[in-house]
Design a protein around this ligand. Structure first.
Ligand code: KG4
Length: 340
């Protein structure tokens, strides 16, 4: 009998559902994004996000079943993001998932959002352990070592801002719309821009730090503005300089970790993994040393296919959750690891 997993994601500003067959074949993948609404506020407004999830969840689920051409009764299990994320937003998707699982008397699988971002790369290539996962999003910048499926060891993380958060804040200072990381990429992609020199940040171990670079660049932008020099070329130059400084720091640490830990594969995940400079630079620097796996572009920002993929692995290991499992705004990835 075929395995059909319904994945549900609602941790931030996307309401999404996906039906995945036998862990490989996507029968349908629906995403309702709220970006346009939040853009007018310059960032995600949690209360508005929750309300929009409530409006969107049923239409998204209906469309998901319709496009997949299956009946709910054919499902094997429901996997939903239960942590970490905006608490009200998480509750909407998780409650919908629990309700479907309870009604159909099938397993409910609680999913960790960041584990989902890692598993997005499995739509590009199978995992070869041990691997190093680089998770870069609006809320997280983490280096994670995995010796096997569903075993996560945090080896480095940002000590302050996440990389996407930093890019978004600088983009706002440059007068670019939300989400700024996307706009910075659009402005700088395939262009020959000479970056300005930014200080090199030192952190211990494999940790990262973006807030000092961000504040320094914001100061430079304000100076440039006050002198009336912030024209289109200068905006592009600031955008590329900070994108390069952020990505270079990340890749310096990531390749050092990958070499020290002697991994077979490096896997990218999270919204910022859509960034063109990062995608190009990781391949250039790698120079065929490790297998580098980059998620398909459609699977970089929040979606439910990555949750269904993670759900598939948990289903195979019979890692089911009770219907009263906790919904958590913050939760470490390590604590989500399965036990032997
Ligand atoms: O993973 P994600 O969709 O949401 C979470 O934070 O969980 O990531 C959103 C972040 C935002 O900061 C956005 O600016 C950034 O990813 N982002 C990008 C690109 N696409 C999305 N940053 C740089 N280049 C991109 N192409």
């Amino acid at each position: 009998m075929r395995e059909l997993i319904l994945g549900i994601e609602s941790s931030c500003d996307e309401t999404a559902a996906c039906i995945l067959e036998d862990g490989e074949k996507i029968l349908s993948n629906v995403v309702a994004t709220q970006i346009d609404t939040h853009a007018s506020f310059g960032g995600v407004m949690p209360e508005i996000a929750s309300r929009l999830h409530v409006n969107n969840i049923l239409p998204v689920l209906k469309e998901c079943f319709f496009k997949a051409g299956i009946e709910p009764s054919e499902l094997s299990a429901v996997a939903a993001t239960t942590k970490p994320g905006l608490i009200g937003a998480l509750h909407v998707g998780a409650l919908a998932g629990k309700t479907i699982a309870e009604y159909l008397d099938i397993p409910f699988i609680s999913c960790h959002h960041l584990a989902g971002h890692i598993y997005a790369s499995e739509f590009a290539s199978k995992f070869q352990f041990p691997l190093l996962a680089i998770i870069v999003s609006g809320g997280n910048s983490e280096l994670v070592y995995m010796e096997d499926h569903l075993k996560f060891k945090l080896i480095g993380e940002t000590l302050d801002d996440a990389i996407g958060e930093g890019l978004d804040k600088i983009a706002r200072e440059l007068g670019l719309p939300y989400p700024g990381g996307v706009q910075i990429d659009r402005l700088t992609k395939d262009q020959d821009i000479t970056p300005i020199r930014l200080p090199k940040v030192r952190t211990n171990g494999y940790n990262l730090s973006y807030s000092g670079l961000k504040s320094h660049t914001i100061r430079l932008i304000r100076e440039s503005k006050s002198k009336g020099e912030l024209d289109e070329n200068k905006i592009k130059q600031f955008a590329f300089s900070i994108e390069k400084a952020f990505v270079d720091q990340l890749l310096d640490k990531a390749f050092k970790a990958a070499t020290d830990l002697d991994v077979n594969q490096i896997v990218l995940g999270g919204g910022v993994s859509a960034n063109s400079y990062l995608r190009k630079e990781i391949i250039r620097r790698n120079n065929n040393r490790f297998t580098v796996t980059i998620p398909p572009l459609w699977c970089t920002t929040d979606n439910a296919a990555m949750i269904a993929k993670l759900g598939h692995h948990l289903y195979q290991k019979k890692c089911f959750s009770s219907l009263d499992c906790k919904i958590e705004a913050s939760s470490s990835l390590e604590s989500f690891s399965i036990k032997d």
